[in-house]
Design a binder for this molecule. Structure first.
Ligand code: 13P
Ligand code: SF4
Length: 360
C-alpha cells in the first residue's frame, strides 16, 4: 500500500540547501519564577503527591476548569488532564469547551493560541517561562522585513510562533495540516514558510512547491540525527519508524529511503497526533519514536501491549518539562499565570488560525 506520509517519488536528485540554522539564545528554565515561588510557598512543599492531586480535583470543579495537556507533558500531568493531544487538537478543545478556566499544560505559544481562540475564558499556564526554542527564532519585526522583500508573498506560519508573529501571517498551520494548507494556496503565489526549516523542506518535497524557508529549528528535534535513526532501526528491523517532521534528519532520511537504507513501507512522518492515530491501527508490535520522549507515555497508554522505543532517549524539551504537578496546583489555586493577547494582535492572529481551520 502507498505510504501517504512520503513523497510520491523518492529520489536523490533534489539538492539539500546548505542550511545554516538561525542561532538561538535559549533562556534557562532551571530556576523560573514559578519554581522559586513553589520553593517559598507556605503549603506546597509539605503536600504529598496524592494531596496535591486531590486539591487539583477539587479546584477544577470549584473553578469550572479544564486541564489540557500536550503529548510531551510529564506522565503525571498527562494522567490528570481532561484532554491530551497535539497542538491543533488542543486549540480545538480550547475553542469547544464550556469550562470557564483553561489550565494549559504545554508551552506558551500553545496557551496563547487558546487565549486567541477563547477571548472570554481565563487561560492559565502553570509556568510563564515554558517557552519554545523554535518560536524564539523569529520576531514580528523580522517577518515584516521578510514580507517587504517579497511583497506578493503569502506567509504561512507554523503554530510554533508567538501571537504577534501569527498576526503577520496569512495562514497558520500545524505539523498535521501544513501540507494541506500549502496545497490550498494558488500555484502562482510565492509562499514564505516559517519558522521551521525542516518542516518546510518536508512540505516542499510533499507538495513539489518551492517555498521560501525561514531557517529556524527546534533544538530538541534538530538534535535527532540520521545515525540515531539507522542505529535503532538496525537493532529492531521489524519495527515501524515514526518521525516528527521537525526532526533535523528528515531530509537526509529521504535520501536514505531513496537509496533503500530505510524501509519505505515502514517509515512514517507524522506530527504527534498522527503518531497516536498510527499506533492505534498499525499491526507492528514495535514502534521506534523520533520525537520528544514525552510521546512514549502517551503512546504506551494508547497501545499498552505494544513496545515503543525512543531513537534518542535524551530528546527532552525542558520547556515542556517545566510544567510540574506543584505548579499546576499553584496555577489553579492562585489563578496564575494568566495568558492574555492584546486584542489588536489577537484579531489578526485569529484570522490566520481561522483560515487554517477552514482548510482542514
Ligand atoms: P505537534 O503539533 O505535532 O503536537 O508538535 C508540537 C511541537 O511543539 C513539536 O515539537
Ligand atoms: Fe518548541 Fe521544540 Fe519544545 Fe516543541 S519540542 S515545544 S518545538 S522547543
Amino acid at each position: 500500500m502507498k505510504n501517504p506520509t512520503l513523497p510520491e517519488h523518492l529520489d536523490t536528485e533534489e539538492e539539500l540547501p546548505m542550511v545554516v540554522p538561525r542561532s538561538k539564545t535559549r533562556p534557562s528554565v532551571a530556576m523560573t519564577e514559578a519554581t522559586r515561588a513553589i520553593l517559598q510557598d507556605a503549603e506546597i512543599p509539605h503536600l504529598s503527591e496524592q494531596e496535591m492531586i486531590e486539591r487539583i480535583q477539587h479546584l477544577r470543579q470549584q473553578r469550572n476548569a479544564i486541564i489540557l495537556a500536550h503529548n510531551y507533558q510529564l506522565p503525571i500531568i498527562q494522567d490528570l488532564a481532561d484532554f491530551v493531544g497535539d497542538s491543533l487538537q488542543l486549540s480545538q478543545q480550547a475553542a469547544q469547551t464550556d469550562a470557564q478556566v483553561i489550565a494549559f499544560c504545554g508551552v506558551h505559544f500553545m496557551a496563547e493560541t487558546a487565549a486567541i481562540l477563547c477571548p472570554d475564558k481565563t487561560v492559565l499556564i502553570p509556568d510563564l517561562e515554558a517557552g519554545c526554542s523554535l518560536a524564539a527564532t523569529v520576531t514580528a519585526e523580522e517577518v515584516r522585513r521578510w514580507k517587504a522583500q517579497h511583497p506578493n508573498g503569502v506567509v504561512v506560519a507554523y503554530v510554533n510562533t508567538n501571537a504577534d508573529v501569527k498576526a503577520e501571517a496569512d495562514y497558520c498551520c500545524t505539523s498535521s495540516n501544513a501540507i494541506k494548507v500549502v496545497q490550498a494556496i494558488p500555484e502562482d503565489k510565492e509562499i514564505l514558510f516559517l519558522p521551521d526549516m525542516f518542516l518546510g523542506l518536508y512540505v516542499q518535497r510533499m507538495t513539489r512547491r518551492k517555498l521560501h524557508l525561514w531557517m529556524g529549528e527546534c533544538h530538541v528535534h534538530a538534535g535527532i540525527r540520521p545515525e540515531d535513526i539507522i542505529g535503532t532501526l538496525n537493532e529492531h528491523p521489524e519495527a515501524d519508524l515514526l518521525m516528527h517532521p521537525e526532526c533535523g534528519c528528515v531530509s537526509q532520511c529521504m535520501y536514505a529511503l531513496a537509496e533503500g537504507d530505510l524501509p519505505a513501507e515502514r517509515t512514517f512522518i507524522y506530527g504527534t497526533g498522527g503518531m497516536v492515530k498510527h499506533v492505534r491501527q498499525s499491526p507492528a508490535p514495535v514502534h521506534l519514536i523520533a520525537t520528544e520522549v514525552g510521546m512514549l507515555h502517551r503512546l504506551q497508554k494508547e497501545a499498552p501491549h505494544k513496545r515503543f522505543i525512543p531513537v534518542k532517549a535524551d530528546a527532552i524539551c525542558e520547556y515542556m518539562k517545566t510544567i510540574t504537578l506543584p505548579k499546576l496546583y499553584r496555577s489553579l489555586r492562585d489563578m496564575v499565570y494568566e495568558v492574555r493577547v492584546p486584542e489588536e494582535i489577537a484579531v489578526r492572529a485569529r484570522r490566520a488560525i481561522e483560515r487554517m481551520v477552514e482548510i482542514v
